[in-house]
Design a protein around this ligand. Structure first.
Ligand SMILES: Nc1ncnc2c1ncn2[C@@H]1O[C@H](COP(=O)(O)OP(=O)(O)OP(=O)(O)O)[C@@H](O)[C@H]1O
Ligand SMILES: [Mg+2]
Length: 281
């Protein structure tokens, strides 16, 4: 069983290295991705005969300090992959080659739910496609909840939550509940919640999906700033070619698989055809 403290120490070293090398982490002679998955499969069973193979064997490596976009048609498995990478769900274990998933060099597949929850709370920030805000809590309380999970409470948590809301331009909405916010504002609260603990990894599922192009560019610039300033690793799902083009690298999914980098690019995705594209911020 891996000790979470070990993960934290390893991960801290990862960020320090990353701040100077921007992209890869070195452990001795070996370059170590922050996140690495192999043979990731996920099957959803709906009744006895109806199954959906949402992930059909994915190998993926995300280097520390990268800002990566995942694109692909609806239903291709993007959210499912994000849930696995964010330790929210486990990969299938009962068929095919054994799956592996490591975070900061530590194996994750066999960790118990308690440890996965602790790593998630301290090291990862998640923006869900449907926001996942608690309807009875205000924006401030929703963001503060992430502090609470990470062990930060009271006035420090309040200040951190306010600062995160200010980062996304929502300090004046701190007292609003989700139903009293627009879709785009709820999305920004979800983003503030993912940023509040300054996690090593941000997994954002369509973080600009409900925003107009101006607000979307602002949020992207905010993510890029945090990526550059803190060496934070960011993986985001998007349907927006401009958002993808602003990332360092694009991963394409189709039918539960990652497409090879050199695969033909459909016309609609021409904007994101390059493997490494320049950032906007
Ligand atoms: N909880 C679930 N139960 C059953 N099937 C599911 C479940 N979640 C996802 N699926 C199915 O798995 C496949 C992949 O879904 P996923 O949500 O990962 O796609 P996606 O690429 O994120 O799509 P979108 O761009 O529409 O968000 C889809 O066919 C979907 O219907
Ligand atoms: Mg999705």
């Amino acid at each position: 069983m891996t000790d979470v403290t070990d993960v934290t120490v390893t991960a801290t070293a990862t960020t320090q290295t990353t701040a100077t090398t921007r992209g890869s982490t070195t452990t001795g002679d070996r370059t170590m991705p922050l996140l690495e998955g192999r043979n990731l499969r996920k099957t959803y069973r709906l009744g006895r005969t109806n199954t959906v193979n949402a992930l059909r064997g994915v190998d993926v490596a995300i280097e520390a300090g990268e800002m990566v976009a995942i694109i692909g048609p609806s239903g291709s498995g993007k959210s499912t992959l994000m849930h696995l990478l964010g330790l929210l769900h486990g990969p299938d274990l009962n068929h095919g080659p054994r799956p592996e998933l490591s975070f900061a060099g530590q194996p994750m597949v066999d960790l118990g739910e308690g440890e996965r929850t602790r790593i998630r709370a301290r090291e990862m920030g998640f923006v869900f496609q449907d926001f996942n805000l608690v309807p009875t809590l205000t924006a401030l309380e929703n963001v503060g909840l992430a502090c609470d999970y990470a062990g930060v409470r009271g006035e420090p948590a309040r200040q951190a939550a306010l600062a995160a809301l200010a980062l996304v331009g929502l300090e004046e909405r701190a007292g609003h509940r989700p139903a009293e916010l627009s879709g785009g504002e709820q999305q920004r609260v979800a983003l503030a919640r993912s940023l509040v603990n300054r996690p090593r990894l941000i997994l954002a599922d369509e973080p600009t999906g409900n925003l107009d192009s101006e607000r979307s560019a602002e949020i992207l610039a905010l993510l890029r700033r945090s990526n550059l300033a803190e060496g934070q690793t960011i993986v985001l799902v998007t349907h927006d070619a401009e958002v993808a083009a602003a990332c360092d690298r694009v991963i394409r999914m189709r039918d539960g698989r990652i497409q090879p980098a050199a695969s033909p690019v459909p016309a609609a995705e021409t904007l994101v055809a390059g493997d490494r594209l320049l950032a906007t911020a």
